[in-house]
Design a protein around this ligand. Structure first.
Ligand SMILES: [Zn+2]
Length: 384
């Protein structure tokens, strides 16, 4: 028993060291799912038919986080690193912020507002091209980032209470509380609204989140004074592992003290996700999606995986590296030519990395296929 508890402590503390947080596997899928029901006619039917895809892919960005470095900063922004509310002097535009703080600094402290902006314009483009696969993929993923921006602890350097002796509070607020109480929330949410300026809007969201940070940390601190350690924490069996976690009674007291804060942020996430989707559709000229209303999009991941698998079979020595990146092969980005060029110029030792990066960032299945082919050919050339 003693051994078991020691192991559990490791589980508890090790998950709180890495910065791989978000609303979690309970809330993210629900946020995307419920956002569909706020959409107006003209969009609703197509999104409804593909609701399972949007639900399933809501956690893709978090899965990628475990595998690639560049993913993590897209999920947060440590506003308090730069100053304090209302952050009047913080440049909202990426170029201005780079000028003031340097790109390295911005990457180190998180880029969620700018990443949402970038994904937004990709979504507009996908609507304009009636590119159904990308409409769904980008909608699912932007939904994730917008939802993350609603979490107060995604806007602070003290993101897990590690600077104030409150380690573990991140997952407590955004995963455990919704898991315990989310079924009883009132999800009566209005219709999606039009967002004139997506960058301003997402900045509004992160500032709102940051304003809520005081109560997130303060209430936990106050309650901790009233709860002895052995009442504050308890042990729960999760997948046959005994995990040390906040007790039900502490969670209930904290949730009550927050007076609906988690519910409000969750509902706002749903409303905003849907509004960003809707606005991108409007900005693209409201393409008629009803003509695809019965079209359930099958994304060719299996076919793609098979090709990659063939490639790996031939290049067995790359397996460990490729496996490490396996979970992250479904991302999208526009600059295919750039990555093709990089693959061609890459040194042998960095080829697998460039290959995977290019797979992540190419737009369509055909492009991915071509990428694998090119990388393979170049690799062979270098061998001779
Ligand atoms: Zn996230």
């Amino acid at each position: 028993m003693v051994k078991k508890i020691a192991f559990s402590l490791i589980v508890f503390f090790s998950t709180s060291i890495q910065r791989v947080f978000s609303w979690g596997f309970w809330a993210h899928p629900r946020i995307n799912r419920m956002a569909v029901f706020c959409l107006p006619e003209g969009m609703f039917a197509f999104y409804k038919v593909n609701i399972e895809f949007l639900t399933r892919h809501a956690v893709k960005p978090d899965e990628r986080r475990y595998a690639v470095d560049f993913e993590a900063p897209r999920h947060y922004i440590d506003l308090d690193h730069y100053g304090s509310l209302p952050f009047k002097d913080f440049p909202r535009k990426w170029e201005d912020a780079v000028k003031k703080y340097s790109e390295d600094t911005l990457m180190a402290y998180g880029i969620v507002p700018w990443h949402v902006q970038r994904e937004y314009y990709r979504l507009v483009k996908a609507f304009k091209n009636k590119d159904l696969e990308n409409i769904l993929k980008i909608s699912a993923e932007i939904g994730h980032y917008i939802a993350d921006a609603h979490v107060p602890l995604h806007t602070s350097e003290n993101y897990n209470g590690q600077l104030t002796g409150q380690r573990g509070i991140h997952g407590f607020w955004e995963s455990r509380l919704p898991e315990l109480f989310g079924e009883n929330y009132d999800y009566f949410i209005g219709q999606a609204y039009y967002i004139k300026n997506p960058l301003e809007e997402i900045w509004k969201v992160v500032i709102e989140s940051h304003s809520a940070l005081d109560s997130v940390l303060g209430f936990e601190r106050e309650l901790t004074k009233q709860f002895p350690e052995d009442v504050k924490y308890g042990y729960e069996n999760r997948n046959n592992v005994l995990v040390r976690t906040y007790s039900q009674s502490f969670a209930k007291a904290y949730h009550e003290k927050l007076a609906g804060q988690v519910e409000r942020r969750l509902c706002l996430s749903i409303w905003r996700v849907s509004s960003f989707w809707y606005s991108a559709w409007v900005d693209a000229g409201q393409p008629n999606l009803d003509e695809f209303a019965s079209q359930k999009i099958e994304i060719n991941e299996e076919r793609f995986d098979k090709i990659l698998k063939n490639f790996i079979d031939r290049e067995a020595h790359l397996i460990p590296i490729l496996e490490q990146f396996w979970g992250c092969c479904h991302g999208e980005a526009p600059n295919y030519a750039f990555y093709l060029d990089r693959i061609q110029k890459a040194h042998f030792w960095e080829k697998p990395y460039v290959l995977i990066e290019s797979l992540l960032f190419t737009q369509s299945f055909q492009e991915k296929q071509h990428c694998v082919y090119q990388a393979n050919r170049n690799y062979k050339k270098q061998q001779h």
